[in-house]
Design a binder for this molecule. Structure first.
Ligand SMILES: [Ca+2]
Ligand SMILES: [Ca+2]
Ligand SMILES: [Ca+2]
Ligand SMILES: [Ca+2]
Length: 425
């Protein structure tokens, strides 16, 4: 297929596979239910707009909402996102902004937000969308942000996909038609300790001991330059009162768009593994400034991102996400929605053979053919942080807010926003 069509595939993995409309909707997420966490069947714990703590100006001991949202704010060419965000009339950006305004995270990772080095894209998104009330929702202000380069679209100089020519998105260090496509950005109402941010954009895949590099597929010369991260991995320290929570953000490659060697499935597995090792204090890790070692023992963290891996269904390497879900330092708050089960039941197809609880689904992918709707997006805190609530923004069709999630072609994204409310001293 052409590079362009593949780009679309990566951006919206479900679109190609969709055969029928979807849906979504209904129930506005319930209001906050403090204290209850971990249940599969309780629906949302703490809904959008619920009262969740004092915000940046609250008293000691506060509840902070951490959210991940693959917002599909990527565009086909460099410069297009800035053009779209320069006015207030991009309907998709307005819809994404309204999702954020309705769910009101304090700390937010946006995946699939094209990287623009001077920060103009995120500044325009704040000024023209987030800080403007959408459809009656309250504006939301993020004083702090973090962005950094992505491996997407950065030429490797090698024929990584083995098609006989060098160049194009498939031969980049991470798939992308231009540098920074499908990047990411962190927005926060709490200060970011910019000087202590660590990035792992250039960490080489072969430097992970026991890695899953398909050595029959990549030449030794290629193996020597391959980067682990398909976008980047960032440790972004967020200062909350006197405490710091390390926001560990990434967006591992989809395990698809490859061949029998499963190079992307293997890379997805190891991109997820990076954080499992990092929070274990792995010594082999080094950041882009050459500093070695993983997270300090006892440090609080929140792992966030579209991990492109469901624990039970889909195409990822078996147990890829279990490296995090089963990690002794990690808690899985099991965020749920009412819209996920409703969509799975109505859409049928691959969903009918899924083993996973559809209440945990976060992405509305194609159902016929597979993969069906998956749990792909995660907010996973360290065990020392008390969970006060969690949810997936996937209203059922009877809910007026279902217009924000919609059905193919999606008004905002094929992914759903996922949040966890955490008590921070
Ligand atoms: Ca090539
Ligand atoms: Ca694969
Ligand atoms: Ca679907
Ligand atoms: Ca599912």
């Amino acid at each position: 297929m052409t590079t362009l069509s593949r780009a679309r595939l990566i951006a919206l993995p479900s679109l190609l596979l969709l055969t029928s409309g979807l849906v979504a909707t209904a129930t506005p997420p319930a209001t906050a239910g403090p204290g209850h966490h971990g249940g599969h069947h309780g629906g949302h714990h703490g809904g959008p707009g619920g009262h969740h703590g004092g915000g940046p100006h609250g008293h000691a001991g506060r509840t902070v909402r951490f959210q991940t949202f693959n917002a599909s704010l990527n565009r086909a060419t460099a410069g297009e996102l800035v053009r779209d965000l320069s006015t207030r009339d991009d309907v998709q950006a307005a819809t994404v902004a309204e999702v954020v305004q309705r769910t009101r995270p304090d700390v937010l990772l946006l995946n699939e937000f094209d990287h623009v080095a001077d920060g103009s894209a995120v500044d325009l998104f704040r000024r023209n969308y987030l800080e403007v009330g959408q459809q009656g929702a309250r504006p939301i202000h993020y004083r702090y942000s973090y962005l950094a380069p992505s491996n997407t679209g950065v030429p490797s100089g090698f024929d990584l996909d083995g098609n006989g020519t060098v160049g194009g998105g498939n031969d980049a260090f991470g798939f992308g038609d231009f540098e920074g496509q499908y990047g990411m950005v962190v927005l926060s109402r709490y200060p970011i300790d910019q000087r202590r941010v660590r990035t792992f954009q250039e960490f080489r895949w072969q430097d992970m001991p026991g890695n899953l590099i398909p050595t029959d597929f990549y030449s030794p010369e290629e193996q020597a330059v391959l980067r682990l991260s398909s976008k980047s991995h960032w440790d972004v320290p967020i200062r909350i009162g006197g405490d710091t929570a390390h926001f560990l953000t990434s967006h591992p490659t989809p395990p698809t768009f490859d061949g029998p060697e499963d190079r992307n499935g293997r890379r997805n597995h190891d991109e997820i593994r990076f954080w499992a090792d990092y929070v274990s204090g792995a010594r082999y890790v080094y950041d882009d400034r050459g500093r070695r070692g993983g997270l300090a023992r006892g440090a609080s963290f929140v792992i966030a991102g579209d991990q492109n891996a469901d624990p039970l269904d889909g195409d990822s390497v078996a147990a890829a996400i279990d490296q995090l879900l089963d990690h002794r330092a990690v808690r899985d708050p099991l965020p749920t929605s009412a819209g996920g089960p409703e969509a799975a039941a109505r859409q049928g197809g691959a969903n009918t053979t899924h083993r996973g609880d559809p209440a945990l689904d976060t992405a509305d992918f194609s159902d016929s053919p597979a993969p069906g709707n998956l749990r792909a997006d995660y907010v996973l805190p360290s065990r020392d942080l008390r969970v006060r609530g969690a949810g997936v923004f996937w209203p059922t069709p009877s809910d007026p807010l279902s217009r924000l999630t919609g059905e193919y072609p999606f008004p905002s994204s094929d992914h759903r926003a996922v949040w966890v409310d955490l008590r921070v001293r």
